[in-house]
Write a protein that binds this ligand. Structure first.
Ligand SMILES: *Cc1c(COP(=O)(O)O)cnc(C)c1O
Length: 217
């Protein structure tokens, strides 16, 4: 597999779902990949990437941004409040807004800095203890709180439990987004992005299917 195959498969999934072509954005998850591999994907013309750690993104992306026009990097992993300021300068979007304290910090920084990346609220659709995210039952209230802070909430994000059918989680996330008037749905990874597209994903996060297996996470 590789970038072009994944693009083709997304296009087919869009058509199969009766969705407009180009309605799904492919986030190439470049975490842990060697810079030479990331450069290959940039050289193929791809410009949207995902990273799960602030430090790793800070080490990798300023240099690539100097060398390539139009790069966009999204944070898809957990964000500590004390790294929020740095993250706001590094990413065009943050997919891991998952708790009130982080919302307050981002709201304060957004006022101070006069800008804020696009935000996706992470929902713990499987209600797993070890996983980040707001509960499905708490999502409506949290969206409202974020809006009251003037935060640019664009959508919802989920990472389904590994041992369950993802479709139930994609359907739930789509339902929660629709009833909150949110268009963005960040869902689907290497193993299930086509299914996510069929449930309305606007952003799929695909790593290993593009870059090959990671040595570690
Ligand atoms: C690593 C990661 C991905 C990509 O996973 P693959 O299975 O390699 O496609 C997607 N989303 C998040 C939040 C990740 O941490």
């Amino acid at each position: 597999m590789g970038l072009n195959d994944i693009r083709d498969r997304i296009a087919l999934a869009e058509t199969a779902a009766g969705r407009a072509s180009g309605s799904v954005q492919l986030i190439a998850v470049s975490k842990v990949q060697p810079n030479a591999r990331v450069a290959e994907v940039l050289d193929q013309g791809h410009r949207l990437f995902g990273e799960n750690k602030v430090q790793e993104a800070a080490a990798k992306w300023p240099d690539f941004r100097d060398r390539y026009e139009g790069v966009s990097v999204h944070l898809i992993g957990p964000l500590q409040s004390n790294k929020a300021r740095q993250a706001m300068g590094l990413f065009e979007a943050i997919h891991s807004l998952d708790r009130p304290k982080l919302a307050q910090t981002l709201g304060r920084l957004a006022q101070e800095m006069g800008h804020c990346p696009d935000l996706f609220i992470q929902v713990n659709t499987g209600e797993e203890e070890q996983k980040a995210g707001v509960s499905p039952a708490g999502t409506d209230a949290f969206v409202a709180d974020c809006r009251a802070l003037d935060l640019p909430v664009r959508g919802l994000m989920c990472i389904p439990p590994v041992d369950e059918a993802p479709s139930l989680h994609f359907a739930l996330l789509a339902k929660l987004a629709a009833r909150n008037g949110l268009d963005g749905l960040s869902m689907g990874m290497s193993s299930d992005f086509e299914e996510a597209v069929s449930f309305g994903a606007t952003h799929v996060r695909v790593g290993s299917a593009i870059f090959g297996e990671r040595a570690h996470n």
